[in-house]
Design a protein around this ligand. Structure first.
Ligand code: PTJ
Length: 262
């Protein structure tokens, strides 16, 4: 069932995002579990206040610098990210030179093809990881995410994995790769294990990363390394958690009242 979301609806943006995922699910792009994952993300976004917090902006800057300074950067694409930000994935790949690879937890040939189609429609050129191209294996991983492209994630030094599962993040970090994630939950294993965790909605963070990469593009390799070295992921996580805690405390003190518009 498709619904028309009136622009005047107080939560129009959030409802539109949901519709994109529901459509993506019908088209085999998004896994059923992707809808559940989104609900979890929405809950954290409510707590954060549905805006990019300063510590996330700092992580975005470090992430853009890491993608630009990388020898072999890869953007790992799952169903949710393909449904929500296909154009941004392509733009970020263009600005940073990172390759695009489809890598799915719930991997089926139909979903790989459907995601490839969405990315092509958004302007992507080469897409790694589809079908027999995902012939390499990440050791120590049992999920379907162990299957990677030998010319992509397998040899990457920096991997962007938005909305990731913790096991693969752990495996990639153990292989010595720098892992960047975008995850609304600062307590998730992925956020805790990644090298750079952007605690923000992928819908807000991807455009910011494109902007930031555009600004940093002309910087020297040494300048990029200085930005990366001065970044501290533990601080980012602590700041996100204390942002949520103090926001909740303040709302608990003041009380929350939704005013009706007369
Ligand atoms: O497409 P596939 O087969 O690779 O499967 C993708 C999902 C997302 C289903 C799979 O990776 C999964 O099950 O992920 P998890 O373990 O549920 O983790 C998803 C994380 O992303 C959770 O911590 C959510 O809070 C977070 N999240 C959900 N929506 C967003 C988000 N973070 C940023 N932006 C969002 N829009």
């Amino acid at each position: 069932m498709e619904i028309d979301i009136p622009e005047s609806h107080p939560r129009a943006e959030s409802l539109k995002t949901r519709e994109m995922l529901i459509e993506g699910c019908k088209e085999n792009v998004v896994a059923y579990a992707g809808l559940i994952a989104h609900g979890r993300g929405e809950a954290f976004d409510y707590l954060i206040g549905e805006k990019t917090i300063p510590s996330a902006s700092r992580a975005v800057q470090a992430a853009a610098a890491a993608l630009l300074a990388a020898k072999h950067a890869v953007i790992s694409v799952n169903g949710n990210t393909a449904a929500l930000t296909p154009g941004e994935i392509v733009k970020l790949s263009e600005v940073t030179g990172a390759l695009i690879e489809v890598n799915l937890f719930y991997r089926t040939p139909e979903r790989e093809e459907a995601i490839g189609k969405v990315l092509k429609k958004a302007g992507a050129g080469r897409i790694l990881g589809i079908g027999s191209a995902a012939s390499a294996r990440i050791p120590e991983l049992e999920s379907e995410r162990r299957r990677v492209d030998p010319g992509g994630i397998f040899i990457a030094d920096v991997v962007l994995v938005p909305l990731e599962d913790g096991d693969r993040t752990e495996a990639l970090v153990k292989l010595g790769k720098k892992v960047i994630t975008i995850d609304l939950n600062p307590l998730s294993r992925t956020a805790q294990l990644s090298s750079i965790s952007i605690i923000d909605n992928v819908v807000r963070a991807m455009p910011l990363m494109i902007l930031e990469a555009g600004k940093l593009r002309e910087k020297s390799y040494n300048d990029l390394c200085t930005i990366i070295k001065s970044y501290n992921n533990r601080k980012t996580l602590k700041k996100a958690i204390s942002h949520i805690a103090s926001r909740m405390n303040s709302l608990a003190r003041k009380g929350v009242y939704i005013k009706l518009v007369s």
